[in-house]
Ligand binder design. Structure first.
Ligand code: AHR
Length: 503
């Protein structure tokens, strides 16, 4: 974009408007342009992927209660859509031995979850239960294999157990355990965070493990051909990526998974303005990290055969020991601030759709940036859930270039996509003290009609909880559409998605 165009597009805060929750509010105008003639790439459904770990009450006590699926959770998750679900970890994956989770439940060994509190699990949620959950949700399963404490043979055998059609001892064992049909698992993680909880390896050590493991995984063990995911960096650690690719040998991964967590300095419902600004601004780092990782990978993989993934992402606020004791490890309330963070993350993924193949929020239930909070029979849809619900309008669409003069990491965030005659535009206002009037021009198209939904709340520390499960829900929002212009008001700390019918 030219400098003069940038100057034209960037708006400024103007008149002081009102006082809201003790803050002085200003209003600002923003001019943006959605370029229907400049497609970035397809927004794959897997960019809205999910992650469920044996951690706290995510699986046991959350998705799985007393030996059965949590039907309320399944019904909410089916409604929002779960394109892909990663399991069983996280750190847990590199201490999980899949044979502990098959066969008659009463005979399964009781194992200690060493990473998340040293408690005993009864193994009742294993491979068959996970695949069953994915089938119920309509999700593509993604199994994270054990490299840190496992062997190539163990992972190879899991692949055979899941995917080999019939006749081998492992395929027959699967049939005896209830599934003659192979599970046809496509996504396989070769370790998790092997620079940390997955074995504390150097990039060279992990690359050596990678070469050894994939020798026994890229073999004819049924359909589909496995999509093998290598452990990528912690955040934007370019050194890890460079040294991995230098040493990975000729068998490059199909996916390379970075992790991004935005830590919070305060407990989730007690954020200060300063901590909130710091956390929300960090999503600019995520976007830069994706671009820089991809740029570096391009040197080793110029045809982009290796897909960049962010297979764990989200906010990680300060834990409250009493809450963790009551609801499980890494249990975190979800607020309006967390919703804005979730929408900033998804907007980044939409804008970087040409560089990404999968992104999984951490985690789906009761852990970190969750979609559902579950306590026994109680099940709350968090503001994260509502953000995923609103932004799913982009899935499968062609991401479009948006001219948005913002350079401030706390500036207006926008993503846009098109599917046929429908255009989806998501705006996020991460500022708690400025309302924005967004003027959007459509370059290369015009609007016949538009409707929008808005998620906002005057208190950024408020959320949906067991006492008030629907405190913050999306509401219909006014959007003016005429010719090639749209106009929408964005209150402080808000997320809006407009669905525009093109003429
Ligand atoms: O999501 C919680 C933990 O965060 C995962 O187990 C690990 O991979 C990451 O450090």
């Amino acid at each position: 974009m030219s400098t003069s165009r940038r100057t034209f597009l960037a708006g400024g805060a103007s008149a002081v408007m009102a006082s809201r929750k003790g803050f002085t509010l200003a209003s600002g105008e923003r001019k943006i342009a959605v370029r229907l003639d400049a497609e970035i790439g397809t927004i794959r459904p897997a960019l809205h992927g999910h992650f469920a770990e044996h951690l706290g009450t995510c699986v046991y006590g959350g998705l799985w209660q007393n030996g059965a699926y949590n039907e309320t959770a399944i019904s909410h998750l089916r409604a929002v859509g779960v394109p892909v679900l990663r399991w069983p970890g996280g750190c847990y994956a590199d201490d999980y031995h899949w044979r502990d989770g098959i066969g008659p439940r009463e005979k399964r060994p009781k194992t200690v979850n060493i990473h998340w509190g040293g408690y005993v699990e009864d193994g009742s949620f294993g491979t068959h239960e996970f695949i069953g959950l994915c089938r119920r949700l309509g999700a593509e399963p993604y199994l994270a294999g054990n490299v840190g404490s496992g062997t190539p043979q163990e992972l190879r055998d899991w692949l055979e157990y899941c995917n080999y059609p019939e006749g081998s001892t492992l395929a027959e064992e699967r049939a005896r355990n209830g599934s003659r049909e192979p599970f046809r698992v496509r996504y396989w993680g070769v370790g998790n965070e092997n620079w940390g909880c997955g074995g504390n390896m150097t990039p060279e050590e992990y690359a050596a493990a990678w070469r050894r493991f994939v020798t026994y995984l890229l073999v004819p063990l049924g359909e589909p051909r496995p999509f093998l995911v290598a452990c990528g960096p912690n955040g934007n650690n370019l050194d890890w990526t460079r040294r991995f690719f230098e040493n990975a040998g000729r068998r490059l991964p199909h996916g390379f998974a970075m992790h991004f967590y935005s830590s919070g300095d305060d407990p989730a419902t007690k954020f200060t303005v300063e901590s909130m600004r710091k956390q929300l601004a960090s999503f600019a780092r995520l976007e830069r990290g994706i671009a820089e990782q991809r740029e570096l990978m391009d040197k080793y993989d110029p045809k982009r055969a290796v897909g960049l993934m962010v297979d764990e992402w989200g906010v990680w606020d300060r834990m409250v020991p009493e809450e963790e004791k009551r609801y499980g490890r890494l249990w975190m309330p979800i607020t309006m601030r967390s919703a804005v963070a979730a929408a900033l993350g998804l907007n980044v993924f939409h804008r970087q759709a040409d560089k990404l193949v999968m992104c999984n929020i951490a985690q789906i239930v009761n852990v970190l940036h969750s979609l559902l909070l579950i306590d026994g029979a109680r099940c709350v849809r968090t503001t994260t859930y509502h953000v995923f619900d609103m932004l799913k309008a982009h899935l499968g669409g062609a991401s479009l270039t948006v001219e948005n003069g913002e350079t401030d990491p706390l500036g207006l965030s926008v993503s846009a996509s098109r599917q046929g005659k429908t255009l989806a535009i998501t705006c996020v206002n991460p500022r708690h003290d400025i309302a924005l009037a967004v003027h959007c021009s459509l370059a290369g198209g015009s609007a016949a009609s538009a409707a929008a939904r808005l998620l906002t709340h005057p208190d950024f520390n408020a959320g949906n909880d067991f006492e008030n499960p629907d405190r913050i829900v999306p509401r219909a929002h006014r959007v003016e559409a005429g010719g090639d212009e749209l106009k929408m008001e964005m209150p402080p700390l808000s997320v809006a998605t407009a669905a525009v019918k093109l003429a």
